[in-house]
Design a protein around this ligand. Structure first.
Ligand code: KIV
Ligand code: NA
Length: 276
């Protein structure tokens, strides 16, 4: 399959074709989502919650994300892989941001990077883009600033829509190829989508954006606990795996498994090879 490039994002917006994205943190889900035709995979710092067991994304480091990103890159033939830049890896300025982007591009083979912030991150985006690295921007609710924002709060309501629009224009002007709008009212997202020439990617941004992204463990019902309102659950993997674990335990304890069919007999090496 032909690789998804940033120009395909631009073309999709022009032609009114929606862009699909999922997070991924490992080779197997990357293969599955890639083969299903998902256009881009984000190796999000949401790995802090979904893989590493933290309460927030704040403790996640570059070194945490690099091996996960490498795994995802190795699983794709078509999808564009976006590496998420963690908290504390770009805020001090364009030099730090470019240094971090170089690490992800050189050490993982990702095709683009993502960082949080609009106006406040515009100079960082500009520097990374000038070095030839595509940047996906991320505005609205930005989880790395959850303490500053006072929790998981919807952004861009009422008068705050002006700030959202300013952030959106700033990242477009800085050269981002797409922008994530997280937890913003559908009306504000619609206005941003109409005003920008780059595609908008909804993460709780309503139906008028140019594409959609969700955290796959929420979307597939693997994560326990509370799931945000904007996530539609497409499977119940937590139940599937619970049932499998219970059945396995019962079989092992009762002696039903392993049985003859799942055991090796004392045959020659040649026969054993055929049996494997
Ligand atoms: O880390 C992440 O998964 C994200 C998206 C949900 C936007 O940043
Ligand atoms: Na993130």
């Amino acid at each position: 399959p032909k690789r998804v490039r940033t120009r395909h994002f631009a073309r999709a917006k022009e032609q009114g074709i929606k862009i699909t994205g999922l997070t991924s943190y490992d080779v197997l889900t990357a293969q599955i989502f890639d083969e299903a035709g998902i256009d881009f995979l984000l190796v999000g710092d949401s790995a802090g919650n979904t893989v590493l067991g933290y309460d927030t994304t704040l403790p996640v480091t570059i070194d945490d994300l690099i091996p996960l990103t490498r795994g995802v890159v190795s699983g794709v033939k078509r999808a564009l892989v976006v590496a998420d830049m963690p908290f504390g890896s770009y805020e001090t300025g364009p030099d730090e941001a470019l240094h971090t982007a170089f690490r992800f591009m050189k050490e993982t083979g990702a095709h683009a990077v993502k960082l949080e912030g609009g106006v406040r991150s515009a100079e960082q985006i500009r520097r990374i883009v000038e070095a030839g690295i595509p940047v996906m921007a991320h505005i609205g609710f930005t989880p790395q600033s959850e303490h500053g924002l006072g929790g998981h709060v919807i952004q861009g309501r009422g008068d705050a829509a002006d700030q959202l629009l300013a952030d959106a224009h700033a990242v477009e002007e800085a050269g981002a190829f797409a922008v994530v709008l997280e937890m913003v009212p559908a009306e504000a997202a619609q206005r941003v989508t109409a005003e920008l020439s780059i595609p908008t990617i909804s993460v709780g941004g309503g139906p008028h954006c140019d594409g959609q992204l969700v955290v796959w463990t929420d979307w597939a019902g693997l994560a326990g606990g509370r799931i945000p309102k904007f996530v539609k659950q497409y499977a119940n993997l937590r139940q599937v795996l619970t049932d499998a674990a219970l059945a396995y335990k019962a079989d092992v304890e009762s002696g039903t498994y392993p049985d003859e069919q799942h055991s090796y007999s004392d045959t020659t090496a040649e026969q054993a090879l055929q049996e494997r």
